[in-house]
Ligand binder design. Structure first.
Ligand code: ADP
Ligand code: MG
Length: 538
């Protein structure tokens, strides 16, 4: 069944029972797992995803691949949810989670073939998953939140194989510095880190800025471009003629009348600018538009203004400046303003904005093209998550499959104490974890069985951290060579993979109301809507 299309049900089979139902579900789930397996690890390949509108995404990121793929099968979607849960709960390890889920189901199929009841399998898997998490905790090293070297290793490990790879040392330093700036007593507030991207330069020119940055030009060229003692107004309201009056039709009979009408409008804009001036503001960052006449008056008052600023930028600057976003200009007061400074960087046409009681940093990521910057951003987002998690959770494990091999070994040793057929399931679970070393080695072009045998024997000899380091291509102590991951990522990957596999295994009857495919109507805007209709035909 390997490599079958994901949609196995046709519209005329309305009901599938028992073994057929299990087989159907398992092969659908496995197809999803197979699709992302080749991206696992530093030597994993990238996927190029083309949406029905022709948008191209090039990525190595498991959850991104699965989200963009047009998958139209309920079981397959359960597996995709594993990736989403993993992304939300741990920020990394999505490919691992999906691959383990697929392998659990693969191995379960063998047990089903030996007439082991699905309930014994799910019970055994559940037990094994709990045992595995306990063993991860037993093996994990505790990490000091100030241990920069280790945190950088964690960042580098998560970035390896992603767009960030080439400059990973410099980028890992930025990531760790950023996290440390928003950490208080081991509590990390990632809300205070904003990622800003710019194309045109290389990733190594990425930098960490205190405060925020916005990519906007002043609305008038005689405005100041930098303000040292800035009183900044964040405005989500237009500085324009009130709509009601703009809509009013005026019939003009003589030129004086026209002049007075224009004067009136001008007066209104002048008053709005005056009102801003009276609060003490000397910088206005406006999310809406600014009338040309108002721009002129603002410039005359030496007020720096930008228009059409991004909502997300204003939202972040609100934190940076401890300011209020004003939604109605008529009600603006001095207390709404934020104190800080704004500086124009002429080399990249960005404004850098710092708050006086600064909290909040911006990671300014650079790359040559949009595709490069997008993949870089995905890699950096994962890295921020794993570093933040290591700081707040305080536990790390050796990567390069060291942890998976060790946990598998311990599970096999404990399996003897498990009674009945569940013992088989626990052993099978241990085998499934060893998919990770096999795939890592295979993706790096090595013989996966040889590597697995070597790893197993190292662990039998008590080398708990023996893993496969892709850089050297050797089995070594990966904790020492700097392939390090948060313990929580591994725990989460194992537990969500188990839950999904068990869900699939518990189904022994598929009753479909019409078409078995789930044609989601709510994602028409994404790349999937247009192709959804193909599901029933496959
Ligand atoms: P995921 O989506 O599961 O995070 P990745 O493609 O990021 O998938 O691969 C993660 C795996 O790659 C982990 O098992 C990790 O230990 C491993 N890994 C990362 N860096 C190295 C390395 N230098 N050598 C060997 N394995 C590595
Ligand atoms: Mg990863």
């Amino acid at each position: 069944m390997q490599g079958q299309p994901m949609i196995v049900m046709s519209e005329d089979s309305q009901r599938v029972k028992d073994k057929d139902a299990q087989e159907h579900n398992i092969s659908a789930a496995r197809a999803v797992a197979d699709a992302v397996r080749s991206t696992l690890g530093p030597k994993g390949m990238d996927k190029m995803l083309v949406s029905d509108t022709g948008d191209v995404t090039i990525t190595n990121d498991g959850v991104t691949i699965l989200k963009e793929m047009d998958i139209d099968n309920p079981t397959a979607e359960m597996i995709i949810e594993v990736a989403e849960t993993q992304e939300n709960e741990a920020g990394d390890g999505t490919t691992t989670a999906v691959a383990i889920a697929g392998e659990l189901l693969n191995n379960a199929e063998d047990l089903l073939g030996q007439d082991v009841h699905p309930t014994a399998i799910t019970k055994g898997f559940h037990l094994a998953s709990e045992m595995a998490c306990e063993e991860i905790d037993n093996v994990a090293e505790s990490v000091d939140s100030g241990d920069e070297t280790l945190l950088r290793h964690v960042a580098e490990t998560s970035m390896t194989g992603k767009g960030a790879e080439l400059d990973k040392e410099a980028l890992a330093k930025l990531v760790v510095d950023a996290v440390q700036q928003v950490t208080v007593d081991n509590t990390v507030d990632l809300e205070y880190i904003k990622i800003e991207t710019q194309t045109g330069r290389t990733a190594s020119e990425s930098e960490l800025l205190t405060g925020g940055a916005i990519d906007k030009d002043p609305v008038h060229n005689s405005m100041p471009t930098s303000v040292e003692d800035a009183q900044i107004l964040l405005l989500n309201d237009a500085i324009e003629i009130e709509e009601a009056e703009a809509d009013t039709e005026v019939s003009v009979t003589d030129p004086d009348q026209l002049q007075s009408f224009l004067d009136q409008e001008e007066q209104q804009l002048k008053e709005k600018v005056q009102q801003i001036k009276e609060t003490g503001a000397n910088v206005v960052l406006c999310q809406d538009g600014i009338d040309a006449m108002a721009q002129h008056y603002l410039a005359k008052e030496d007020i720096l203004a930008v228009q059409q600023a991004k909502q997300s930028d204003l939202g972040f600057l609100k934190e940076v400046l401890s300011a209020t976003i004003v939604t109605d200009l008529a009600n603006v007061t001095a207390t709404d303003l934020g104190a800080g400074s704004i500086t124009r960087n002429t080399s990249d046409d960005l404004f850098y904005i710092e708050g006086d009681d600064a909290h909040g940093v911006t990671l300014l990521l650079r790359g040559s093209t949009d595709h490069v910057v997008d993949e870089l951003e995905r890699g950096i987002t994962d890295a921020l998550d794993v570093v933040a998690q290591t700081v707040s959770d305080g536990r790390a494990v050796a990567g390069g499959s060291a942890i998976e091999i060790e946990v598998a070994r311990r599970l096999r040793n404990s399996a003897e104490s498990v009674s009945g057929r569940e013992q088989l399931a626990v052993e099978t679970f241990a085998d499934a974890l060893e998919l990770i070393p096999r795939v890592l080695a295979g993706n790096a072009g090595l013989d996966s069985i040889d590597t697995l045998v070597e790893l197993r024997s190292a662990h039998e000899d008590g080398e708990t951290y023996a893993g496969f380091d892709v850089e050297s291509g050797e089995v070594t102590n990966t904790y020492e060579t700097g392939v390090v991951e948060p313990a929580h990522v591994k725990e989460q990957a194992i537990s969500s993979a188990t839950e999904a596999a068990n869900l699939v295994l518990q189904i022994d009857d598929i009753i479909s109301a019409g078409d078995l495919s789930t044609n989601k109507g709510d994602d028409g805007a994404g790349g999937m809507g247009g192709m959804g209709g193909m599901g029933g035909a496959m």
